[in-house]
Design a binder for this molecule. Structure first.
Ligand SMILES: [Zn+2]
Length: 263
């Protein structure tokens, strides 16, 4: 029989082996996945999994009332933009609403965290996906977005949403009120585009980067713009002010983003 000390060592060894196994699997799968996702020969599957981040009855009710119709604007936006860029497929994405997930993903390390902490977190995130969905997220052309719904009443900013190209995983923080659904869809689309290779096009203070973060950089006069580039996320109104659009109807995919996602 193993002594307690040895048992601890064994458990630790096992945990390291599991994480190493996940790492090898993930590293190999990611390369294949990136190629297949970027080709757009078949529609990208996008599954949205709601999570009750507030743990409240109000959010529970909101999630229970969600249907695919609430997210149809995301698919419509991408269809219109794909048509604009002359993409061969008329249906770039197929969106599905997955079951509610009971646990929350591991918190992302802060912007100053060291590389090892970030790698460890990304492995834990993959492992969390595996624990909840029995997949490491290596399926071809399938983005999984976890939408953490919060109560809208409290006047505090939401944690940052993110989308990872590696593993094609998005985590979106959203407010659980119907009036917010249209703006939630902007965030979902933004993070979804990250998972297929799009990069942010705004400065540290949130102001869109010129010209790639402007929907119409050649407009005269330049300000105010009336739409936002989706990866910039704001409509530039003047040289130092920009507003969050009301819905995807006021967003476009700019040429730089289109190139990044292989359109
Ligand atoms: Zn972003």
């Amino acid at each position: 029989m193993a002594t307690p000390h040895r048992r601890v060592l064994n458990v630790r060894r096992l945990r390291i082996s599991v994480l190493l196994f996940v790492f090898v699997l993930v590293a190999g799968g990611t390369i294949v996945q990136r190629y297949s996702a970027a080709s757009w020969k078949q529609p990208l599957r996008v599954t949205l999994y709601p999570i009750n981040a507030a743990g409240s009855v109000a959010v529970f009710e909101y999630i229970r009332g969600l249907t695919l119709t609430d997210f149809v604007a995301v698919a419509e936006f991408l269809e219109n933009e794909a048509q604009f860029y002359g993409l061969a497929t008329q249906q770039p994405v197929v969106i599905a609403l997955g079951p509610e997930i009971e646990s929350r993903p591991p918190s992302r390390p802060g912007p100053r965290a060291n590389k090892l902490a970030v790698i460890y977190w990304s492995l834990r995130l993959r492992y969390w996906v595996y624990q909840n969905l029995s997949t490491f997220g290596l399926g071809f052309a399938h983005t999984r977005i976890f939408v953490l719904y919060h109560e809208a009443s409290r006047n505090q900013p939401l944690a940052h949403s993110f989308g990872l190209q590696k593993g094609m995983i998005g985590v979106v923080h959203a407010f659980a009120i119907p009036e917010q659904t249209a703006q939630n869809n902007i965030v979902i689309t933004h993070e979804l585009l990250h998972t297929v290779g799009a990069t942010d096009k705004y400065h540290g203070d949130g102001y869109p980067i010129f010209p790639e973060g402007f929907a119409d950089p050649e407009r005269e006069p330049l300000y105010p713009q009336d739409t936002a580039e989706i990866m910039a996320g704001r409509i530039p109104l003047s040289v130092d002010s920009a507003e969050i659009p009301e819905s995807l109807e006021y967003c476009v995919i700019g040429p730089r983003t289109a190139t990044e996602i292989n359109w």
